[in-house]
Write a protein that binds this ligand. Structure first.
Ligand SMILES: [Zn+2]
Length: 255
C-alpha cells in the first residue's frame, strides 16, 4: 500500500513540474527563473503554497494574495499524472518497463498540454524523451539487444510516418501531418516493435476520430492536433503489449 502512496506523490510532483515546464516554454519564459509565482499578481509562492494537489485544495483554487483563480488545468495535470503512474506500476510492477512507462506518461502529459493549447509539440520534449527512453533501454537490455534494435524500429516508424505525410499532403493539398508528429513517430518506434507501432497508430487514429468530427462540425477549421492521440495510442499499446502480442501470436498460428 505504501508504495502506491509513494508513486502517487511522485506522479503528482512530476505532473506539477510538467505543467510549469510546458506553460512557461509556450510563453517564452525560462523554466527555472523566476521561481513559482502567481500569474496574476506575481506573488512569489512559499513552499507550502506550492505543494502539488494539496495547496490547491487548501487555498480553494485561488491565489492567497489576490484571490485570482489558479485554473483547473494544473491540478488536473497533477492528478492525471499521479493516476497514470499508478496504472503503469499496476501493469509492470517493479521493473525497467515501469520506468519507461513513466517516461511515456510524462511525454503524453507534455504533448497534451502543448499541442491542444498551441498546436505544437515542443522539441525539448521529443529530445529529452528520446534520451530518457534510450537510457532506460540501455540499462535494461544493453546496446545490441536494446539500443540497436530500438533505433532500427524508430527509423522504420519515422519513414512510415513520413510516407503517410507525403501521401496525405498530396490528397488533401495541405500539410496533413506536422513535423512534430513525424519526430514523435521515431520516438514511438523506439519503444514499440513495428507490429505494435502499427497497432498504436490504429488506436491513436480511432481515438482522434470523435474529436476530429467535433472540431470540423463546431469550428471552421479542420486542423486537428494529432500528437495527443498518437501519445494515447503509444501509451495504451505499451500498457497492453503482452495481451496484444498473445492475440497476434494466436492469429498467426491459425493462419
Ligand atoms: Zn495572485
Amino acid at each position: 500500500m505504501i508504495i502506491y502512496i509513494y508513486i502517487f506523490i511522485i506522479g503528482a510532483v512530476f505532473g506539477s513540474f510538467m505543467h510549469a515546464y510546458v506553460t512557461r516554454l509556450l510563453k517564452g519564459e525560462s523554466i527555472i527563473k523566476p521561481g513559482s509565482h502567481c500569474t496574476n499578481c506575481n506573488h512569489r509562492l512559499k513552499w507550502y503554497e506550492n505543494i502539488p494537489l494539496v495547496s490547491y485544495i487548501i487555498q480553494g483554487g485561488k491565489c492567497r494574495k489576490c484571490n485570482h483563480p489558479i485554473g483547473l488545468d494544473s491540478i488536473a495535470t497533477e492528478l492525471l499524472t499521479a493516476l497514470l503512474f499508478i496504472l503503469v506500476y499496476l501493469v509492470f510492477g517493479f521493473s525497467y518497463k515501469t520506468l519507461l512507462g513513466f517516461v511515456l506518461v510524462l511525454l503524453l502529459i507534455s504533448v497534451f498540454l502543448s499541442d491542444f493549447k498551441d498546436m505544437i509539440i515542443l522539441d525539448s520534449t521529443i529530445i529529452v524523451g528520446i534520451m530518457l527512453i534510450y537510457l532506460t533501454i540501455f540499462l535494461d537490455l544493453g546496446v545490441w539487444k536494446g539500443i540497436y534494435k530500438s533505433f532500427l524500429y524508430g527509423v522504420f516508424a519515422f519513414v512510415f510516418m513520413f510516407v503517410i505525410k507525403i501521401i496525405g499532403d498530396a490528397i488533401f493539398k495541405r500539410d496533413s501531418l506536422g513535423g512534430g508528429d513525424i519526430k514523435l513517430a521515431f520516438l514511438m518506434g523506439s519503444v514499440l516493435p513495428y507490429n505494435l507501432f502499427l497497432i498504436s497508430l490504429v488506436i491513436g487514429s480511432m481515438s482522434a476520430l470523435p474529436y476530429a468530427l467535433y472540431i470540423s462540425l463546431t469550428r471552421k477549421t479542420n486542423e486537428v492536433a494529432f500528437g495527443p492521440f498518437l501519445t494515447i495510442g503509444l501509451l495504451v499499446t505499451y500498457l497492453l503489449q503482452n495481451p496484444i502480442l498473445e492475440v497476434l501470436d494466436l492469429l498467426i498460428r491459425k493462419a
